[in-house]
Design a protein around this ligand. Structure first.
Ligand code: FAD
Length: 454
């Protein structure tokens, strides 16, 4: 029997996402590698004490002078002391100014910076992808931030092994760009995604990287066969399941604490042309999880290609309620269909089926009907659209653009991500969804049905 996890995003206490993949016990390669690792390990009171004690004393001033010398010694690299943007992140609740931001053009530059920092007491380094962490994970207080986006075009190479196609991409590449280049140049695409693609390859591989494809292919960390990593000693090492495997599994989901990913080999699949994108609604949690569990148990080619969902409030709140369910602005949620005994929250299952231009429309309709016919969603509350594969994968970009226009994209995002096992999910619904956050959280509460085996 597969175990069932739900990963939810809620706007409460921030916590970083970890790779669901099993990896060796965390062992720090370099104790000074990043300050954030130290802070994560200390109890909160201890953090406050250390900050109070250390700030502004002579030792720190002397340290800053030494660190300035290190920065000066990195001549030839693109270094900026205009550090404001690297001192904040998408979460908007943590701020920490680095000493300098370095824009590496290659793994050689990254290694040089790490070596210089490793040779200097208390000088920390953090890789920054696109800075979309929520809890300061990509920051280095008074340390060096490596802006990995600077090397985003450093590598883009198609290859194949054991009958599988892959692309070698830079750790600083944005997934959005990887998608566009893979589809336009090769008609291929990575298999496992995040919902939002304005994130870097190195950034999501250092976390996990999940979306509605993870039930089938696992998180993005399970779809990488090789990486080039700069270790805490400044050595550039190629690693995979077979070669330097401890480093490979530590760096995947390792929040940059085991090395900096400069290149990743990402598995590809044939890119479909089109997607039938569907949302159906449930008033009963039991029916919702039963259907989600059935859908994620189906083999490739027998079920939907994407299974995800969200919890929303059973009222007309524009941010958390019925209006958040329709896919298109011209679609309307009609609450008349919601059973009168429904609780304070409702559940949406979001599904997608890939198809190609050569498929006859009736074949697609039949397949969708066959699958939906087995589900117990609330009759009359179903939304569906046909979109290009690219439009489907870039769907959150539209949300981003709208939020930017409204000026809310840069608001604080104290998100929480958690894994909940199948055995606890009903209780979680009863105690948390229905009792604690039954008025919503001012944003999405996403649910990802995942299989532990992936
Ligand atoms: C709008 C939005 C939607 C999101 N949707 C999803 C989603 O659907 N699924 C999901 O799984 N996650 C999602 N996330 C979370 C996201 O995957 C993580 O926050 C991810 O770390 C962000 O990538 P980034 O490139 O901005 O990394 P950063 O925030 O810059 O860095 C994240 C961590 O990785 C480290 N790091 C960065 N680059 C490297 C590198 N090259 N080598 C080693 N370590 C590195 C950093 O030091 C830091 O610890 C979302 C985040 C946002 C803001």
């Amino acid at each position: 029997m597969h175990h069932y996890h739900n990963l939810t995003y809620t706007h409460t206490t921030p916590r970083s996402k970890q790779s669901p993949k099993q990896k060796p016990k965390k062992k720090k390669i370099n104790n000074r590698f990043s300050e954030s690792s130290l802070f994560h390990r200390l109890p909160a009171k201890m953090i406050a004490y250390l900050e109070h004690f250390v700030h502004g004393n002579d030792a720190e001033s002397r340290q800053d002078d030494t660190n300035d010398d290190v920065v000066s010694s990195l001549d030839g690299l693109e270094i900026t002391t205009a550090t404001a943007s690297a001192g904040k992140d998408f979460g908007g609740t943590k701020f920490s100014k680095p000493l300098a931001v370095i824009r590496p053009s290659s793994a050689v530059d990254v290694a040089r910076v790490v070596r210089a920092a490793a040779a200097t007491a208390n000088l920390t380094v953090a890789a920054r992808g696109n800075g979309h962490s929520i809890n300061g994970q990509a920051m280095a207080h008074r340390g060096l931030v490596l802006d990995m986006r600077a090397m985003e075009n450093e590598c883009f190479r198609l290859g194949g092994e054991n009958g599988l196609r892959y692309v070698d991409v830079s750790g600083g590449a944005l997934w959005e760009e990887v998608l566009k280049r893979c589809v336009s140049q090769f008609g291929l695409a990575p298999r496992s995604w995040t919902d939002y693609l304005g994130l870097t390859v190195g950034g999501t591989l250092s976390n996990g990287g999940v979306s509605g494809q993870a039930f089938r292919y696992g998180p993005q960390t399970a779809n990488v066969t090789e990486m080039e990593v700069v270790t805490g000693r400044g050595e550039t090492v190629v690693c995979s399941e077979k070669q330097n495997s401890e480093l490979f599994f530590a760096a995947l989901g390792g929040l940059g604490q085991f090395g900096i990913i400069t290149r990743a080999r990402v598995l590809l699949q044939q890119a479909p042309d089109m997607v039938r994108w569907i949302r159906v609604v449930y008033s009963e949690f039991e029916a919702y999880t039963r259907d989600a569990e059935w859908l994620v148990s189906l083999r490739e080619g027998e079920g939907f290609d994407y299974v995800e969902g969200f919890v929303f409030v059973n009222n007309d709140d524009p941010c958390n309620g019925w209006p958040t369910v329709p896919i298109r602005p011209n679609q309307r949620f009609n609450p008349v269909h919601v059973p009168s005994n429904a609780g304070p929250v409702l559940y949406c299952l979001e599904l997608a089926l890939h198809y190609s231009h050569s498929d006859h429309p009736s074949t697609v309709d039949m397949e969708v009907d066959r699958l939906l016919g087995r589900l117990g969603f609330v009759e009359g509350v179903k939304f569906e659209v046909d979109v290009s594969y690219m439009e489907f994968l870039l769907r959150v970009k539209r949300v981003e653009e709208e939020a930017k226009v409204k000026g809310i994209w840069d608001a604080p995002h104290p998100w929480l991500n958690m894994f909940i096992s199948k055995s606890n999910i009903a209780e979680f619904d009863r105690e948390v969804f229905k009792k604690i956050i039954n008025n919503g959280v001012g944003g999405p509460i996403l649910v990802y049905p995942l299989l532990r085996s992936k």
